[in-house]
Design a protein around this ligand. Structure first.
Ligand SMILES: [Fe+2]
Length: 228
């Protein structure tokens, strides 16, 4: 899916302004090693989102680095915990799958909606496991915004609308309920009109600068599948 809309932020907000704005609105952060949500004394299950047409089965495992060091774009670090519904109990070893557009808003797929497309080598698509403490860390780049193509069945009314920058994630625990969601970025000028992200502020990250990375903290909270 090609787009020229992401060469720059050009709807009144430059990339630098976006990042500075995000950096100035740091929200709940890890405090003393506690999960971000526990520190903030909020406890809600992470909201579900659609899988979307850019999912593709068969992504391979990676460790920490989803993007190569020379990948264009603002470096981004996502980190946090995978937790059970009490927002406290870690879920070690949980499988996390991630897919996103590159800095220019391009995915690696040629046939959106075909989840079994035999793609060229996957780009910005992979799986990793949370560690023994349920922690995860992903190094990638801030994805570009991209327009919803016209004529997508069920999305005709949104054709041409620019989606907010977002990262798709599936979280696959052993005994808890699996999650499919998307993460967004506060300060993104397209977020308020995004058909999905505009209604789910809990999925929008505040970013803070740390050396070459913009860092976002997010804890996934998954319902338990075992009720006593
Ligand atoms: Fe997407």
């Amino acid at each position: 899916m090609k787009s020229r809309q992401n060469a720059k932020f050009h709807v009144g907000v430059s990339r630098r302004q976006f990042l500075q704005r995000s950096a100035s609105t740091v929200g709940a952060a890890v405090v003393g090693g506690l999960p971000a949500l526990a520190a903030a004394k909020e406890c809600k299950l992470t909201q579900q989102e659609i899988l979307g047409p850019m999912y593709n089965y068969g992504a391979s495992m990676f460790q920490v680095k989803l993007a190569a060091d020379d990948e264009p774009g603002q470096k981004l670090m996502l980190r946090g915990s995978v937790l059970s519904e009490d927002c406290c109990t870690p879920l070690p070893g949980t499988l996390i799958e991630i897919w996103q557009a590159d800095d220019a808003g391009h995915y690696d797929k040629k046939r959106p909606g075909d989840f079994l497309e035999e793609s060229p080598p996957f780009h910005f698509r992979g799986m990793l496991r949370a560690d023994a403490n349920g922690r995860y860390e992903i190094q990638t780049v801030v994805p570009g915004a991209y327009p919803i193509p016209p004529g997508v069945p069920g999305l005709e009314q949104y054709g041409g609308l620019t989606r907010a920058r977002h990262i798709h994630i599936k979280v696959l625990p052993f005994l808890n309920v699996a999650l499919t969601t998307q993460l967004y970025f506060n300060g993104d000028e397209h977020l308020r009109t995004d058909p999905w992200g505009a209604h789910k502020p809990s999925l929008a990250l505040d970013l803070k600068q740390s050396s070459e990375f913009m860092v976002g903290e997010f804890d996934f909270v998954l319902g338990t599948g075992l009720k006593s």
